[in-house]
Ligand binder design. Sequence first.
Ligand code: SAM
Length: 260
Amino acid sequence: MQTSPDPSSSQPIPPDSEEALSLLAAGCQQLGIELPPGALAAFARYGRELVEWNTRLNLTSIVASAEIQTKHFLDSLVSLPVLVEELGQPLPALRLLDVGTGAGFPGIPLKLALPALQLTLMEGTQKKIVFLEHLLAQLGIGPVTLVHGRAEELGRLPAHRERYDVVVARAVAPLNTLAEYLLPLVRRGGLAVLYKGPSAPEEFMAARHALKVLGGEAIRLAPVTVPFLEERRFLLLVKKVAATPAQYPRSQGLARKRPL
Ligand code: SAM
């Protein structure tokens, strides 16, 4: 017999159980996000695949149902109301790139909430790409492009350079390094949206020079509240106001070793 699990329990999300996602549903309501039909079932499937594959691949340290809903799903979705404030409602069919997506965060939750997104997921680790390929087939969501490689190399290629309306990243690198990964990929007039923790104000101060050199202008450092989470979170929105000079991103790991 199958029982409805307590969403606050530490159990992994059971297969395709929408009832188990009450935190996600309530959190979306708090954030003013209306999920499209079928999205909750897709999130449940996502949680199940994540937990299953995590036993073989080290994808995430977060495997408890409540934490997957809050620290992965809702934390990823928290940028949607901010994007709507910046770009207007309804959001256009943005070309959105998620750099260092790992197991798909924040890109896939954003796509599940906004099916019209033209989503590209970029990831440097091949085994994570294998998981993402499998996951996307299971979720049956519209075209999503997977790109294996490092942002600092792909950002030099015409296929990716200045091609995206919005480039997002969560938990990938300190801001001054991340700026060099992300800004070359953003089209002029587009946005980089950086998900950051409590150190965001200090990281922002340290990255101001890098942002300017790379053609960015910080337009907002927004404190955000993720439903059911205490920790402080910020979103930094950087507008691409000028072309990124051709010498960036630098090769040989310089963005990381010697941030601008
Ligand atoms: N964004 C996901 C999340 O929030 O759960 C994953 C975060 S994980 C800590 C960082 C991921 O970024 C890893 O999967 C790593 O392989 C990838 N990564 C780090 N630097 C990268 C780069 N320069 N280009 C592409 N991927 C990168």
